[in-house]
Every structure is written in structure tokens, then in C-alpha cells.
Design a protein around this ligand. Sequence first.
Ligand code: PEP
Length: 250
Amino acid sequence: MRDQIAAGNWKMNTTISEGVALAKGLVDNGKTTADKMIVCVPFTHLAKISDVLSSQLTVFLAAQNLASEASGAYTGEVSAAMLKEAGVQYVLVGHSERRTLYAEDASILRKKIALAQDAGLKVIFCLGEPLEVREAGTQNAVVQQQLEDGIYHLSAEDVSKLIIAYEPIWAIGTGKTASPEQAQDMHAYIRSSLETKYGSQIANAMSILYGGSVKPANSKEIFSQPDVDGGLVGGASLKLDSFVAIANSF
Ligand code: PEP
């Protein structure tokens, strides 16, 4: 059985005290119907929220980014080793905002994945097509290319440690959600691509999350699709009640 996951990407939102309160709220709420909740929090919040999340196995800690170099003269960057020591367990790589706003191309993403995995961090690898690609109907080919460029150089063992997040760019922060059928079609496509490359055992064991305007009103229907193993949630993860409702949608 695959892990059913509700991951919240807080992006550049919340102060440290607001973030700590939100994390405490999730812990105090206790177990949901998700196997795991993951909170992807700003760098400044990591160490404090790590303390909040210690000694429990319901809510896990993620960073939203990591440096593409191991250490040295890279002003403003945060390394995999720093994240590990701060108590981080997961890290996002390839979020569309990093790809588009910070020009992170596949060669950078591959370096980040290697550094994260070497440090023992689990990578949530994000991919997804822009609106013009969806309108042209070529989304499968574009996502296939993102898989080939981003992760298909990995060994079977390393690829099996990833969580994949399919996030169509046209649905992120827009209020426009992929229909459950659109999500299912793409998740099934991604899983079949993983199967072709790595075999069915690995493909069937990997969690594939959907991201893009997930909210309590649509999470149940999306998560009930057979190849959708949960969500990567932006805006709706910032409010305790709405994220808990989403995490209870399995
Ligand atoms: C995201 O940031 O990964 C995301 C899916 O955002 P939103 O839920 O706000 O669309």
C-alpha cells in the first residue's frame, strides 16, 4: 500500500510564531485519515518547528528548497547538511515557482536531488505543465520529458525514495483545479512511465501527489482517484481547519 499524504507548502507565508502555532495545531489535532502530514515551511522556521514535531509520527517536516552546492561561498543559500541538522526530513525540488521564477533547470534539479539524497533527505519532486501545453493537449509529452530530465538518471533504489507531486502550473494558486479525471489521467500516465523505466513493483509503491488549488471542497473527490495518493497544498494549508479537513479526505 502506498502512503496517503497531505503535504502543505506554506511558501513565503507566516512569521515564525504563526508557523509554530500552526504546526502545534496540527500536532494537537492528532491523527487524520492521511498516513502522513508534511509541512513545507520557510527556512527560518525549521529548527523551531522541528522541536514542535519531535516525538510524534503524524506531522513531518520539509524544507521548500536547498542549495545546489554542498557548501562554500554561496551567499544566501542553505545546504542539505544544514537542513538535515535542523531536523528536516523532506525537501521540495522542482516546484514550478523555483523553475520559473528562479530559472532552476533540470541540471540544477539533478544536483539538488543528489545532495538531498546523500544527506538522507527525502525529495518531493514536483513537475507539471503550463497552460499553453494543456491547451495544446501535449501535457503527457512534456511531463515525460520532465521525468526524463529530472529523475530518470537515478537508480531504481534512489527513484523509489522519491515522492512525486504533479502540479499543473495553470492550477497553482489560481483557484482553477484539475478535474479529478484530469488528475487521474496524468497520475496514471506518470505511474505507467515509471513502470516502463523501473518496473511495476517500484511504480506501484511510489506516492504521487496532486497539487493545484486543492481545498476542502475538492480534496475528497481528487484523493479518491486510484492513482492519486494525496495532495501538495499551497493556500489551503495555511489555515489549520482547512488543512486538517484536507488531511481527513482519504
Ligand atoms: C503549491 O504551491 O504547490 C500549490 C499547489 O499551491 P495552491 O494549492 O495554492 O494552488
